[in-house]
Each structure stands twice: as C-alpha cells, then as structure tokens.
Design a protein around this ligand. Structure first.
Ligand code: MLT
Length: 311
C-alpha cells in the first residue's frame, strides 16, 4: 500500500522529519514559489508550512487529496481556514511552541531600541568610537504598554517587569482581575497609548487588527514613545509609523515583521532609529523543534484518522 504523502513547503527542523516517522513519504517544495506549490500539492495528503506559504482556495483546490494543513507556528493568517473547513481539510497549528522565543526577541528589541545597540555596534565596526551619539535611556521605572495580553504578551510582561518596568495593557478579552494578579493594569487603547514610554504589539493579524495603530493612534501616543512589533506586519501602519519616526513623535521602532514579506525595501529600513530583524520571532532551534514536532504529531494522528488534540 502506498504511504501518505506529506509535503514540506518550508524549512522545518530535522526533528519534524523524525516525528513524521517512516509511515509517510516526505516530499519538499518551495512554498514561496506558487507554481511549484500548486504542482506539488496535487499529490499531497498533508502540507506543512510556516509563515511564507499562502494556503488559499486555489491551493486547496489543487490539493484535491489534502486532509491536513499544518502550520508550524501560531499565526494562521496565511491559511484560508474557512475555505479549508469547507473543503473538509483540517488545519492544525502549534499555538504554544514559539511563545518563549517570540517573547525573548521582543525583549531584545525593546532593549535595543532603548540603548541603540545595533546602530552603535554597526558604527563601531565601521571604525567609529562614538559614545555621545548613542546615549540611550533606562527601562527601569518606564511604562511598557502591551497590546494583546495573550501567551506572548504575558511572557514579555513577566520578563520586562524583571527590568523594573511598569506594565499596562490593552486587551478586550482579558479579565482585569487576572491581569491584576500579573501586576498589569488593563486600560483602553487610547489610555495605553497616552501613558506608554514603550509599546509592544502581540495581536493576531485579522481584518479587525489590521492597521490598528495608524496615524490617529500614533498621534495619541506619548511623544518619544518606542514601539516594537514582533507580532504581524500591518498591525502598525507602516507609512504612519515612518512619518511619526521622521518627526520624532515616535523615537524608535523595533520591527521583526512587515506588511509584505519578504521585505528588503522599505523607507523604514533607511531610518537609523529603526532596529529590524527579518521575521525571526520563532526562529530558534528550540521553537522550531517544538513547533515542528507538535504539528508532525498532529499530522500523523490526522492521517491515521485519530482525533487531534488542541496544540
Ligand atoms: C508564528 O506564527 O508562530 C511565526 O510566524 C512562525 C514562523 O516564523 O514561521
């Protein structure tokens, strides 16, 4: 009997392949190459992706044998979940696997925006010993605004409290009493914007959150705010952020995600006060092993006809 075909459309850890086991045939393609994806998915029983591969109605139609779409990460914004459900295709993700890694990168970018670490390092490597240009500010006793107090927002809160930051948050779905136990005051979005010295975004990308922080919201923010986004591009309007950085209303930004990815050309990348990384939030060996193994196990269960527990 032929083995089910599992298509790996993006770079996944070796542990992922191990966890899929010998009962499946593994094939690979570059999910960013639409033609290659559409051709390869035709024979696949399952497809494994990260954030680059777009699984929409066209891919689902091409994958007439597909039973599972597995996203080795938390965000499902690159998967048309209603279309998959309508086609009878199960969508699984690894909701917990990347949280620590994403939170740690967020903390790194918060510190980097406060202390100009990449800029000063780059200048030094190019031969400039410039101490006065790169004076920064402390995090202790500053206010951190967290937009989205889910898993990652909570981990960031716990870590930045260890730096002595006061944390306030906006999240319409979070219970204020629970947040209080974490030492976080829940406020409205406008209140968080007005009171924060640093702001970090931890929301999914949905039609409701797209452009959540635009020009009017940035205008309500405290002058000199430093903003970090390790969640999803497009939550912060990039043109509005650029203008706010240019006029100094936003003092600095730490960006791991962009509205269109890959992003190698953006006016934001030309600003010295922007610290950036190419969507590395989940890119640690540990997170990739956890996410890959988690979705591989879900795929095995689903292909074997068993119930897949929540990730
Ligand atoms: C996630 O949604 O967990 C990340 O974007 C995963 C990734 O980097 O592929």
């Amino acid at each position: 009997m032929s083995r089910p075909i599992v298509l790996i459309a993006e770079e996944l850890s070796q542990a992922t392949v191990g966890a899929l086991g010998p009962e499946v045939e593994i094939r690979r393609c570059d999910g960013a190459d639409r033609g290659a994806l559409l051709a390869a998915v035709a024979d696949a029983d399952a497809v494994l992706i990260r954030s680059v591969t777009r699984v929409d109605a066209e891919v689902l139609a091409a994958g007439s044998r597909l039973k599972v779409v597995a996203r080795a990460g938390v965000g499902l914004d690159n998967v048309d979940v209603p279309a998959a459900t309508a086609a009878g295709v199960l969508v699984v993700n690894a909701a917990q696997a990347n949280a620590v890694s994403a939170a740690e990168l967020t903390c790194g970018l918060l510190i980097a925006t406060a202390r100009n670490i990449p800029q000063a390092g780059q200048a030094l490597k190019s031969g400039q010993w410039n101490r006065s240009k790169y004076v920064g500010g402390e995090l202790a006793r500053k206010t951190l605004g967290v937009l989205g107090l889910g898993r990652i927002g909570t981990l960031v809160t716990e870590r930045m409290k260890a730096f002595g930051m006061d944390v306030i948050a906006y999240d319409p779905y979070v219970d204020a009493a629970w947040a209080a136990r974490l030492g976080v005051q829940m406020l409205s979005l406008d209140e968080v914007l007005a009171a924060s010295d640093f702001l970090t975004v931890h929301l999914p990308r949905t039609p409701r959150t797209l452009g959540l922080i635009g020009a009017p919201e940035l205008a309500k923010a405290k002058r000199g705010i430093r903003l970090v986004n390790v969640a999803r591009g497009g939550l912060v309007d990039e043109a509005a952020l650029y203008n706010a950085l240019l006029d100094g209303h936003v003092a600095a930004a730490g960006l791991d995600v962009f509205a269109e990815e890959p992003c190698t050309k953006s006016p934001l990348l030309d600003l010295e006060q922007v610290v950036c990384t190419p969507h590395l939030g989940a890119s640690t060996w540990e997170a990739q092993d956890r996410a890959g193994v988690s979705v591989a196990e879900s795929v095995r269960l689903a292909l074997g006809g068993a119930r897949v527990p929540d990730a």
